[in-house]
Design a protein around this ligand. Structure first.
Ligand SMILES: Nc1ncnc2c1ncn2[C@@H]1O[C@H](COP(=O)(O)OP(=O)(O)OP(=O)(O)O)[C@@H](O)[C@H]1O
Ligand SMILES: [Mg+2]
Length: 421
C-alpha cells in the first residue's frame, strides 16, 4: 500500500507563505476601516438618517456614482451592515424591523429575478416562477406592511440592467409606496396601517456619469436629485488602502513601504482600489510560487501583466534607440528598485550604446524617446522637487516601468547588445 503521507505533506509543512489571512483579498471582504470616504459616508448617513429617526415616515432614494474600484460596493455594504447592527441594538417591541437587501445586477440581471431574490429572503421557498413583475412588486409592498418592516435595497452595478428594463423598473420602484395605481388596486385597498407609510428605501450604484439622463423625468424627480460622487482615489489614498490590506493579510516581513508605494504608483492612473489590491494579491501569490519570503517590485511588475495584458508588439515596433533606452531602464530596475532617475537612465543608455556598438543619440533626442515610451504606456515619468534641509535641490524625473516585468524586457531586448559583440 502506498504511503499517502509523503510528497505533499512535506511541501505543506515546509511551506512558509507570505499570507497571514488571504481572505482579506477576496471580493466580498469588508474591512473594518474604510479609508478616505468620510465625506461620502457622511452624505449617505444624512440622506438615510430618517431610517433611524422616523423609519416609516419617508422614503429615500439615492444614487452612488463613481468609476471602477472607487468603493461604491464596499461602502454601501458596510453601511447596510452597520445600520442592521445599530437598529437591532435600539430595537423595541412594536418598532419596524430593518431589512437590508444588496443585489448585484451583473449577476441578477432582470427585475423579475431581483424581486424574487428579495422575496425569497422574506418568504423562504418563494417560487422563482409564476408571477409578473407587477405582481411581485405588489407582494413586496404588502409584505413590508404585513411584517412591519422598513427596507433598504441596494441595486449595485445597475448599469447591467438592460436600459428599457432599468427605466421601467426604477420608475416602478420609485413609486412603490406613492399611490401608484398599479400597486394600489382593489386587492390592496385594505392594507394594514396608514397609506402614507414609506417602508422602502433605495440606493443605486452606477459607473455611468450620465445615469440620471437615462431616467424619465418623473423618476428623476424622486431618484435623480440625491447623488453622491465617489472620485477616483489619489496615489496617497491608494497607498493607505493597500497598506492597510497588506497589514491585515500578509506577514509583516513580506512587504515594505517601497513595495506598497510602487503599487500605489501603478494604480494611480486608474484611481482604482480593486486593481491596486489585486496587484498586491497577485504579487504575493508569485512570491509564494517562487518560495520567497519577501514580495518584490518585480513580483508586482509581473502581476501587472496578468491584471492588465499588454501588447508585446508595442515593444517589437520600437526603433533601435528606443529599444536601447528601454533596455537601459530595465537593467537599472532589475535589482528590485521601484524607479530610476533620468540622469541614471542617460548614463546607462550611453554605456549600453557602447556595448551595442552604436553612437548614443543626443540628450534632447533621448528625452523625446522617453516621452514616446511614456506615451506608449511602457514607462511612467514623474517630476519630483527634491529638498534637503529645507533647501531646494532642483527637479528630477523618476521613471518607472509599467505593465511588463523588467526581466522580460531584458530577455526580449538583450540580443541588441549580444549580437554586436
Ligand atoms: N476606502 C476604502 N478603504 C478600504 N478598502 C477599499 C476602499 N475603497 C475600496 N476598497 C476596496 O477596493 C476594492 C474595490 O472596491 P469596490 O468593490 O467597493 O469598488 P466599486 O466602486 O464598487 O467598483 P465597481 O464599479 O467595479 O463595482 C474592494 O476590495 C474594497 O474592499
Ligand atoms: Mg461595485
Amino acid at each position: 500500500m502506498s504511503n499517502t503521507n509523503t510528497n505533499f505533506s512535506a511541501f505543506f509543512t515546509n511551506f512558509k507563505s507570505v499570507f497571514r489571512e488571504e481572505k482579506v483579498f477576496s471580493a466580498n471582504y469588508i474591512p473594518n476601516h474604510l479609508w478616505h470616504r468620510e465625506e461620502e459616508m457622511e452624505s449617505l448617513v444624512n440622506y438615510f438618517r430618517s431610517i433611524i429617526t422616523e423609519p416609516i415616515a419617508s422614503s429615500r432614494k439615492v444614487v452612488l456614482y463613481g468609476p471602477v474600484g472607487t468603493g461604491k460596493t464596499v461602502v454601501s455594504r458596510a453601511f447596510g451592515t452597520d445600520l442592521i447592527k445599530h437598529l437591532k441594538a435600539k430595537h423595541k417591541p412594536g418598532d419596524p424591523v430593518f431589512r437590508f437587501f444588496h443585489v448585484n445586477c451583473r449577476k441578477t440581471k432582470t427585475p423579475h429575478l431581483i424581486l424574487t431574490t428579495i422575496l425569497r429572503q422574506l418568504v423562504p421557498g418563494f417560487p422563482l416562477r409564476g408571477y409578473s413583475v407587477d405582481e411581485l412588486l405588489r407582494m413586496f409592498s404588502l409584505l413590508l406592511h404585513e411584517q412591519n418592516l422598513v427596507s433598504l435595497l441596494v441595486l449595485d452595478e445597475i448599469d447591467y440592467l438592460l436600459p428599457d428594463n432599468r427605466t421601467d423598473f426604477l420608475y416602478a420602484l420609485s413609486r412603490i409606496e406613492e399611490g401608484n395605481p398599479k400597486l394600489r388596486d382593489d386587492h390592496f385597498s385594505n392594507l394594514p396601517g396608514n397609506q402614507n407609510e414609506s417602508r422602502f428605501n433605495l440606493l443605486c450604484c452606477t459607473r455611468d456619469k450620465n445615469f440620471r439622463y437615462h431616467l424619465d423625468s418623473s423618476t428623476i424627480s424622486s431618484l435623480g436629485r440625491n447623488f453622491i460622487t465617489f472620485p477616483p482615489y489619489t496615489r496617497n489614498q491608494l497607498f493607505d488602502i493597500v497598506n492597510s490590506r497588506a497589514e491585515l493579510g500578509l506577514c509583516q516581513k513580506s512587504f515594505d513601504d517601497e513595495l506598497i508605494e510602487s503599487i500605489a504608483g501603478l494604480a494611480e492612473e486608474y484611481g482604482d482600489a480593486r486593481f491596486a489590491i489585486e496587484l498586491l494579491w497577485r504579487a504575493a501569490k508569485l512570491a509564494d510560487r517562487e518560495k520567497k519570503e519577501q514580495i518584490t517590485v518585480e513580483h508586482v511588475r509581473k502581476a501587472v501583466v496578468s491584471v492588465l495584458p499588454i501588447e508585446k508588439s508595442i515593444v517589437d515596433d520600437l526603433s533601435t534607440h528606443q529599444k536601447l533606452l528601454l533596455l537601459s531602464i530595465a537593467k537599472l530596475l532589475i535589482n528590485n528598485q521601484p524607479f530610476v532617475t533620468s540622469p541614471e537612465v542617460k548614463n546607462s543608455y550611453v554605456s549600453i550604446c557602447e556595448e551595442a556598438g552604436v553612437h548614443p543619440r543626443r540628450q534632447t533626442q533621448v528625452w523625446a524617446y522617453l516621452k514616446d515610451l511614456a506615451r506608449l504606456g511602457l514607462i511612467q515619468q514623474e517630476v519630483e522637487n527634491r529638498h534637503k534641509n529645507g533647501r531646494s535641490e532642483g527637479r528630477v524625473t523618476n521613471i518607472r516601468v509599467r505593465d511588463i516585468p523588467v526581466e522580460e524586457i531584458i530577455q526580449t531586448l538583450s540580443h541588441l547588445i549580444e549580437d554586436s559583440s
